[in-house]
Write a protein of this length. Sequence first.
Lengths: 670, 252
Amino acid sequence: MAKQNVVVVGGGLAGLAATMKLAEMGVHVDLISMVPVKRSHSVCAQGGINAVNDVTRQEGDNEWKHFDDSVYGGDFLAHQPPIKEMCDWGPRIIDLLDRIGVPFNRSPEGFRDQRRFGGTLYKRTAFAGATTGQQLIYALDEQARRWESEGMVSKYEYWEFLGPVLDDAGVCRGVIAQDMFSMEMRAFPADAVVLATGGNGLIFGRSTMSMICTGGAAGRAFRAGVKYANGEFMQVHPTAIPGTDKLRLMSESARGEGGRVWVPRKPQDERDPMSIPKEERYYFLEERYPKYGNLVPRDIATREIFEVCVKGGLSVEQNNLCVYLDVTELPPAQQKKLDGILEIYETFQGVDPRKTPMKIFPAVHYTMGGLWADYERDANHGGLNLGSPRNHQTNVPGIFAIGEADYQYHGANRLGANSLLSCIFSGLIVAPSIAAYMGGRKGSKDAPSTLFDGAVGVHKQQYEKLIRNDGTENPYKIHIELGDTMTRNVTVVRYNKAISETLGKIDDLMQRYQRVGLSDKSNWTNQNLSFTRALGDMLLMAKVIAQGALQRDECRGAHYKPDFEIPGPKAENPADLRREAETWCDGFQKNLDKWLKTTVATYDGKGGTGFDGKGGFKIEYEAVDTSMIPPRPRTYGLKGAEIIEEVWKERIAKAKRGPGAEKREAVGAG
Amino acid sequence: MSRYIHVKVLRQQDPHSAERWETFSVEHEPGMNVTTVLQRIAAAPVTVEHESSTPVAFDACCLEEVCGACSMVINGRVRQACSALIDNLCADGRDTIELRPMTKFPVVRDLVVNRRRMFDALKRVKAWVQVDDYFDRGPGPRVFPKEQDEAYPLSRCMTCGCCVEACPQYHDDSPFIGAAAISQAILFNAHPTGRSAADERMEVLAGKGGIADCGNSQNCVKVCPKKIPLTDSLAKAGRDATVYKLRKWFGR
C-alpha cells in the first residue's frame, strides 16, 4: 500500500504538534516552512500555557470554569464546542509537554509551578521562566527531529508556500512551494494539506510579531477559495516596548507575578518614577477593576491604557505615549521567574526594569480571526466528536487549518496563555481528523502529473511577471503606508469614517502595487521578491480586516467602536439607575440578536496574486454556537457596572422559570 | 542635523561568486539596531558611490533575540543583529559598522548562511526525549527546582551558531559537532527519561568529532547570546566520556 502523505505548512507549535502526531500514526509528513522550524514565531510566546491543575481544582476550579473564562474572555464570539474540548484536554496536554522534556518551573517539592494570567481568578498558567513559547516549540521541534531521523518526516525549511493545488472537483491534492535559496518551484502532492501558518501582524507595520508573520500563506489560501472568518478581530496587547523596527512584547506574566500598571497623577510628572509617592500614582486598572485588577483581559487593559493616555492626558511622556509597568516591588525570587523578558527590556532599552519601572504601550499582537475551519459537535458532551473529518477542515476538501491561522477558540479576544494551548490542541486533534478524511480517499498518487505541472506553470508565470515588472513604486514604502493607516484607523478605537478612509487608502496602495518595481531581479535567494509577493497578500487581507471592521457596527472584545457603545448607567438615584440598567440590557440583547455572528469572507475572483488587480470578496455572517454558555454582559466587575450584572441575572432567572413566571410570582406573592 | 551611519557589508551574490565589499549610508534613528539598518538599506539600496544595488540578503525573524536567526559578524564579533544597537556599536564616536556573514558555514547569499550542519549534529546526539507515544500517561517525572535551574539555561539554546563561529576547532576540515550539540547531549542525558538513551549520546560524544576535539579555548561561552554555561557542559561531557570509555573497556 502506498504510504499516505500529508503536507504541513508552517512549523510553529501547531504545525509541529500536527507533524509529530501524524508521524506517530504512521503518516508521512512533508513539513514546509519559510524558516528552520525552530525559529518560528511561537518562540516569542512568553508567559505560559493554561490548564486546570491539581491546585486550582482544590480551590474550586474545573474544566468548565476554564471553558467559561475563555468564552467570556472572547465575548461569546467563538463557537463553544471546540473551546470546551480544548479546556478538557488542557491538563493532558501539559502532562504530555512535561513528559517530552519542557523545563517547566517547579515548586520546592518538585511539582509544576503555576502563575495567574489575565481574565481568570485562578493560577492556571504553567510556565518555563518567561520564555515558555520557546521552550514548548523546542520540545516539539525535538520530537519532529526524532521522526525526521526515522524517515517519517521530511523537512523543507526555507521553502515558501505559494498556493494549494486543487483538482477539477475542487479537492486539494497538494501544494506548490518555492525554495527560498535556489528559487526553484515544485509541487508537493499530498493526500491532505494542513495550514499552520500563523498570524498577520505585519499588515499593521510594526507589531509584536516576527518578520515572517505577513499572513501571506493565509492570503494565498483565501485566493484559492478558503473562506476567512472574523478578520476584523485583532488582539492589541496592552504591554509592549515601543521600538523602531518592532514592538517587543512585555508578557502578561509580568502582571501575573505581581507587576502593576500606573501613571503619575500629575500629567507628565518629570520626577524619577521611584521617587513618586504611592498616593501620587494612579493605579488605574486596580482602582477601576478591583476584582481582576491588573489582570483584566487584554482588550480591556489595552483600552484603559489607551484612554488614560489619550483622553486622560496622563501619558508618562508627552510625545511618546506610554504608561509604567512596574515590577520593582517584586522580591528577587519572583523577578527571577521573569528574567527572560526583563532581559529583553534591558537589552533594547538599556534600563534595568528590576530597578526602574518599564515604559510600555499597547501593540498589535495576535490574529483572532483566520481561515474558516469546521468542527463536529459531540451530541453527548457538547465538545468535539474527535473521529470526525470535519474538525479543522476548511471549506475546501483536503485543506485543514490550525493554530493562529484558523479562527476558532478565541472569539473577539484571546485570553493570555490560551494560544499555546489552542495551537498544540488543534495540532494534536487535526491528526485523527485527517486520518478519517484520508480513510475514504484513494491517495495523492492517482492525481495526474499534468495537474501539478499546470499549477507550477501558473506560479512560474506570476513569478516572472512580478520580477520583470517595469515600475517605480517601492514595495517597502507601500508596506509602511499600509501599516500606518491600519494602525491609526483599525486597531484599538475604530470609527467608520476613519475605516472608510483606510479602505480608500488600501485601494490606492493596490493600484500603486501594480506599478511596483523590484530592485533585485536575480533568481537566487531573492528576498526582495518574496517580500513584495507577500505584500500583495497583505494588501488583500488588510482589506478583509478593514471591511469586516467597517460593517460590524458594535463593540465586541477587541473590536471597539465608540459610536456604537451602549452608554452605561450613571444615575445617582437608585430607581433611575435601575431604569437605565434595564435600558442597557435591552440594548445589549438587541445587539446580540444582530451581531453575535461570525464574519465570513469569500474571495470572488479565482486565483490571482494581488498583482493582477483581482481582489474582490464578499462578506456574509454565520450563527455562533452558544449552546452551553448563554451570552452575558462582560463587565469584569467594573466599578459602577454592578447594576447591569444584577438586572441581567434577574432576566436570566426569569427566562429560566419560563414565560408567565412574572404573573405567577405576583399571584403567589399576593 | 541628521546623522548618518556608514555600513560596510561583505557581499556575495551566490555560493559561486566572489566576495565584494559594498558601503551604504543610513540615516541614524534612536534605538536603531542592525536589522533595522538592513531594512532601511533594502528600501533604498544605493551605495555611498550613488550606485544602485540590491537589498542585502540577511536572515532575521523574531527581532528580540529568541529565535537565533540573525547571527552575523558585526565589527569583527559574532552576535545577533537584532540586539546589536547602533548607539552601542557607535558609542565611541565611530560612524562605521562592518557586517560579514559567519565564516564557519557555507554562504548562501550576502549575510545568509546555511547552518544545516548544526541541525544535523542535533540529530546525531539524539537531542530529544524518547517518549513511548503521545497518549495521555499522566505527568512527567518530578523535578526539583535545582534540577530545573540547571536544565533551563541549557534548554535556551537557539542553534544560532555563535559558539561554533567563535570556536577554532570548528571548521570545514573538522568533524567537530561543536559546543551547542554537546551541551544539548548533556541536557538530555540529565533528563530522567532522556537519559535512557545516554549511552547512544555518549557514543557520539566519545567518538570522532566528539568532545575530544574541543580545544578548550573557551571562546564559545564568551559569545553565547543566551549566556549558556557551555564550558560547564563541555567539562561534564569530557568527564562523562572518560567514564563511558572505561565502562565500555570493562564491558559493562
